[in-house]
Design a binder for this molecule. Structure first.
Ligand SMILES: Nc1ncnc2c1ncn2[C@@H]1O[C@H](COP(=O)(O)OP(=O)(O)OP(=O)(O)O)[C@@H](O)[C@H]1O
Ligand SMILES: [Mg+2]
Length: 402
């Protein structure tokens, strides 16, 4: 370490020349980024002299000087910084940045971490200048759900408290890494009064210092809003990304809305619940394009078509209803209820088919028996088109519903 580096008279605010060494091990080579609490530097581990430069790479986060200059703020900043060190040191997850060292030198606090080669999600969106597509956001959000589940089920549970795009990095292997555990802390009690918020991303209860695991769910919803719209969510508001980006599906819009409810009890109860909804792919309503036109040969056929159409419409509406329920509470979906509904629809359809057969039988001069009409439905002749169309339509709808 050079004299210059160690000189206590060196004013703490003066920039230092690169490279310089910290704690006799970490060679700081460049400035990487700067946040509200700290400055992040690129560094090298001098202990790993035999390894390639790339393998020696790491990051040194220095607690900002301005936090250290005034009484209670200084103490709070130091407390948060030390807490980050302790929280991180206790965690081991592939999507959480690994901590390598922590120390205090020349009245400054440092944290050494694994280097994440990549960008944070805020930078990424700003650079591309447009929101991310839904599929990509869902993929990242599912990974974050896994991390939140890990944190929330840790012993003791850890509340991240600062989930937002600038604290989520995507490395060059497209892997998510959470950085910045500055205000994360083990959950002690709901009366734990730490009031640190990120405007737009923190839920109402965090303003009163009552963060719980559901506060992280809110922040995830708010983060999704930013990624899907390119705009920060409004503070203390239920996020509705579809209002800003009409390309967003109702399914995702409702997930974000549920996650960002102002009342914590109205949000998803845990990360696994939002993950379930994110993984769910709502069925596409069956397309009516390209269906052959029915040649209406008689008034009975017209009635039959009309009735058949009503049934199909009813089925589509039921399907739509089911989809909405699933979005609201997919994990509570009871499959047997759905099957019951389908069976009822089947019954109705059969009744209609029977009705049409009977009508046809009575219209055609008494020589045609009901059985003969049913057989004729499998025939390719013009007369048999009507019942067959109805059967085909019912089959098509059933396939889509299944
Ligand atoms: N391990 C790392 N590897 C690479 N870049 C990192 C790493 N840690 C942080 N960064 C970058 O530095 C930025 C600031 O880091 P960090 O969020 O930890 O600082 P902060 O001052 O606590 O931020 P905040 O403004 O949220 O308080 C991050 O947004 C990220 O881009
Ligand atoms: Mg940060």
């Amino acid at each position: 370490m050079s004299n210059f580096d160690n000189n206590p008279r060196n004013p703490s605010s003066a920039p230092r020349k690169f490279p310089y060494t910290l704690n006799r091990r970490w060679e700081v080579v460049d400035k990487l980024n700067s946040g509200g609490m700290g400055t992040v530097y690129m560094a090298r581990d001098l202990n790993l002299s035999t390894l390639s430069n790339q393998k020696k790479q790491c990051v040194v986060k220095e607690l900002k000087d301005d936090h250290l200059n005034c009484g209670s703020d200084k103490e709070m900043a130091q407390e948060f910084f030390l807490r980050e060190v302790h929280v991180l040191a206790d965690l081991d997850h592939q999507n959480i940045v690994r901590v390598l060292d922590q120390f205090r030198e020349d009245d400054k606090y440092y944290l050494v971490m694994e280097y994440v080669e990549g960008q944070n999600l805020h930078e990424m969106l700003m650079k591309r200048g447009e929101p991310f597509d839904e599929k990509t956001v869902i993929k990242w959000a599912i990974t974050i759900c896994n991390v939140l589940k890990y944190l929330h089920t840790h012993n003791p549970p850890v509340i991240y408290r600062d989930l937002k795009p600038s604290n989520i990095m995507i490395n060059t292997n497209d892997q998510v890494k959470l950085v910045d555990f500055g205000i994360a802390r083990p959950f002690e009690s709901e009366e734990d009064n730490t009031q640190v918020v990120s405007q737009g991303y923190s839920p109402p209860e965090q303003y009163w210092g009552h963060a719980t695991t559901r506060s992280d769910i809110y922040a995830l919803g708010a983060t999704m809003h930013f990624l899907l719209t390119g705009q920060d969510p409004l503070a203390l508001t239920v996020s509705e990304p579809k209002k800003l980006n009409s390309a967003i599906s109702d399914h995702i819009n409702e997930i974000v809305m549920r996650a960002t409810q102002q009342e914590a009890s109205a949000r998803y109860p845990g990360a696994e619940y939002i993950k379930n909804d994110l993984e769910y792919v709502p069925p596409e309503p069956p397309s009516t394009k390209g269906k052959p036109l029915v040649v209406v040969l008689s008034s009975i056929a017209a009635i039959g078509m009309f009735l058949g159409g009503l049934i199909v419409l009813g089925k589509l509406q039921d399907q739509q209803e089911t989809r909405t329920q699933e979005v609201k509470s997919i994990h509570e979906l009871r499959l047997d209820e759905r099957e019951k509904k389908l069976a009822e629809q089947e019954k109705k359809l059969k009744q209609i088919q029977k009705l049409i057969s009977e009508e046809m039988t009575s219209t055609k001069d008494g020589g045609t028996t009901p059985n003969a009409t049913q057989d004729a439905s499998n025939d390719d002749s013009g007369e048999s088109t009507i019942p067959r169309e109805l059967t085909d339509e019912a089959a098509l709808t059933d396939t889509a519903l299944n």
